[in-house]
Ligand binder design. Structure first.
Ligand SMILES: [Zn+2]
Length: 645
């Protein structure tokens, strides 16, 4: 990579040792991946069956969404990451078995899309709604990850053969395929393949898919019919002229992430300028306090194109009907991680951390087997049209299987690989991006060894101890991220306070000759903060959310008197809030103890004459948003109207 400030550490170089992320990794290894394997390789998920049938190894027909192949590739990617960190040989042989089946399903010329291969009367690259680009992207990414981790070529060769076919079809300027690049994970996949094998034609094709967007008239033709067009799929405005994030949130963010990958290889100024604007627009105008994105299931863009599952107007942030697909939230982190690599600024990591601890993790139950697809900030029973659509994604409770299975493997692969985001290699040394107990064994740019041990109970406690285990005998810089929520931070090296700029939302940089045994102590006192939204966000006017460190809290039914409606819960602005760690509650979390006011004089009319409300104080606790809905079906809210005395 030539146009990035930071270099990622290698897969397997940072290992969680204990605490929050070690627990989550263990859950991914022992519960999420095996359980998901049972689903996807069995008859419920039917994903492996589709490949087996296409390979001629089984009788039957395709089942699942058009993008089911892609979701299976993501699952393989997760499994590959688990292998990378555990070296469990059984996983590798299981993956090899999948690859063998997939290779038999692949056609002579490289085509591989079971949703088309197993359907009659549907042609290859006939209509973009069949999600061939999405499946292709995840195939390439998964195969490149497998190659990186194992050094083997069996999966990579499938990807190369497939990408070569893609190149012959989409590189020539043909009108028929001009608007085909939709749900564009193939851009990330092609750049990844370029990085893996070094053939620049894959990078050029990735660029081509960006260049095509916004170049052609937006009207339905045979390749687009059956799915919204225009802003919905980011094809109304060329990317380099875009100033506003539009359309389907997952489609948009995969597209922007892919474009950031292209920029990091080409260094094209117009591209990064647009991506800077888009990132700002997403995170400053259209993002929830949990890092979630995609405000509406149905809506319109500012150009009045119909939008589904995506971005609507700036500051229009409904709580109850927020869509906030788990994938979209994770894509926000993926896009931010690429921008972080490019610019090296802490603000991108703040967003990543926000997503990871809140709207990413909320997609999975504490036990690891039940999923949320939509992640609203308020759940009120019977307000959403659960039965109005054929494929329900906005469920009142977590589900053991989702017909549309894109989110679960996306989340588990993120959990499996997130230690790879904890550090970066900088031009001057190493940056510490995420906190959590771990060990790092990597190399600086000059190939010298760097080994660190990090000990902390983050995110429940802001005390962090980093020990140098091995490093070169020359000065280099360690850059410590000061999260944006920190009010006062302190840093000591070998018990001596160090005079260094400690500004929240930036890196504190210490350059010196580091020695084995050096100990850095960071202290980020974690206060309990009340957060309010910008006054233009009507939906949260006069409301607050509770946040401690990177964790956003909520209140839910099990912590309220029986039959209390969540809409009658007000926050007592004068209440004293206290944090308490509970090791045996919801997987081990810090709760916040406090008081709410329950309004007792509710009226049923749409508008009612109001008198001074009757309040009943109630002592309760708030739980992390990510851990909600683990105690049966519940009502929940992040934002509460506040009453100040
Ligand atoms: Zn999804």
């Amino acid at each position: 990579m030539t146009h990035t400030k930071l270099k990622s550490i290698g897969i397997g170089e940072c290992n969680w040792t204990e605490g929050f992320w070690a627990d989550k990794f263990k859950m991914a290894e022992e519960v999420m991946v095996p359980y998901m394997g049972d689903l996807l390789c069995g008859d419920i998920g039917h994903a492996l069956n589709n490949f087996k049938i296409a390979a001629g190894l089984k009788e039957g027909e395709h089942k699942g969404m058009f993008w089911h192949d892609g979701d299976f590739y993501k699952f393989i990617e997760a499994k590959t990451y688990i292998y990378a960190y555990t070296k469990n040989a059984k996983l590798l042989s299981e993956i090899d078995e999948f690859i063998s089946i997939i290779s038999q399903a692949q056609e002579e010329d490289g085509y591989l899309q079971t949703q088309i291969q197993l359907r009659e009367n549907v042609d290859r690259y006939e209509n973009r709604k069949y999600h061939e680009m999405y499946n292709t992207g995840h195939l390439l990414i998964s195969a490149c990850t497998h190659h990186k981790v194992t050094g083997k070529d069996n999966f990579l060769n499938i990807a190369i053969k497939h990408a070569d076919l893609l190149h012959t079809i989409f590189m020539p300027e043909t009108k028929h395929y001009a608007r085909f690049g939709f749900n564009q994970t193939q851009i990330m996949g092609l750049v990844e393949l370029y990085r893996s094998v070094g053939d620049v034609k894959y990078l050029r094709l990735a660029e081509k898919f960006i260049n095509n967007r916004g170049k052609y008239e937006v009207k339905h033709d045979s390749t687009t019919i059956g799915y919204p067009i225009g802003d919905m799929v980011q094809e109304r405005t060329p990317l380099r002229e875009s100033k506003e994030a539009v359309g389907h949130a997952v489609l948009a963010l995969y597209y922007y992430a892919g474009a950031a990958d292209v920029y990091s290889e080409t260094g094209e100024k117009a591209l990064i300028n647009a991506l800077d604007l888009l990132w700002n627009n997403v995170t400053q105008k259209k993002m929830y306090v949990t890092g979630a994105v995609g405000q509406a299931h149905y809506g319109a863009s500012t150009n009045l194109d119909m939008i589904e599952e995506g971005f609507i107007d700036a500051y229009m942030m409904p709580n109850m009907t927020a869509y906030n697909e788990t994938c979209a939230n994770l894509c926000n982190a993926m896009f931010s991680y690429r921008m972080f690599g490019i610019h090296g600024e802490s603000k991108y990591m703040d967003i990543i951390e926000l997503v990871l601890y809140n709207s990413g993790l909320s997609g999975i139950s504490v036990g690891g087997k039940e999923y949320f697809y939509a992640n609203p900030l308020r759940m009120v029973n019977n307000t959403r049209n659960y039965n109005a659509h054929e494929n329900v994604t906005e469920t009142p409770d977590r589900e053991p299987y989702l017909e549309c299975f894109c989110c679960p493997p996306n989340l588990v692969r993120t959990i499996a690989k997130v230690s790879g985001w904890a550090y970066s290699i900088t031009n001057a040394g190493v940056s510490i991006n995420l906190y959590g107990a771990n060990t790092l064994k990597s190399k600086l740019l000059d190939d010298s060894l760097i080994q660190l041990t990090q000990e902390t109970n983050y995110p429940w406690n802001g005390h962090i101890r980093i020990k140098v285990d091995k490093c070169k005998n020359e000065p280099f810089e360690m850059a410590f991220r000061i999260p944006n929520w920190v009010k006062t931070a302190s840093i000591k090296v070998n018990e001596e306070p160090i005079s260094v700029e400690m500004i929240s939302g930036t890196f504190a940089r210490i350059k010196r000759v580091w020695k084995k045994g050096d100990i850095v102590i960071l202290d980020f006192p974690m206060e309990i903060n009340l957060v309010e939204g910008h006054s233009r966000i009507e939906e949260v006017r006069n409301q607050i959310a509770i946040k401690r460190g990177p964790i956003v809290y909520c209140i839910e039914s099990p912590d309220l008197p029986k039959n209390t409606e969540i809409l009658s819960v007000y926050f007592n602005g004068d209440a004293v809030l206290e944090e308490e760690y509970e090791s045996n509650f919801l997987g081990g979390i810090s709760i916040i103890k406090g008081e709410v006011l329950l309004r007792k004089d509710s009226s049923e009319g749409m508008y009612n004459t109001v008198t001074k409300p009757v309040w009943e104080p109630f002592k309760t606790k708030f739980v992390p948003y990510f851990a909600w809905s683990n105690r049966g079906q519940a009502e929940m809210t992040v934002f509460m109207p506040v009453v100040w005395r």
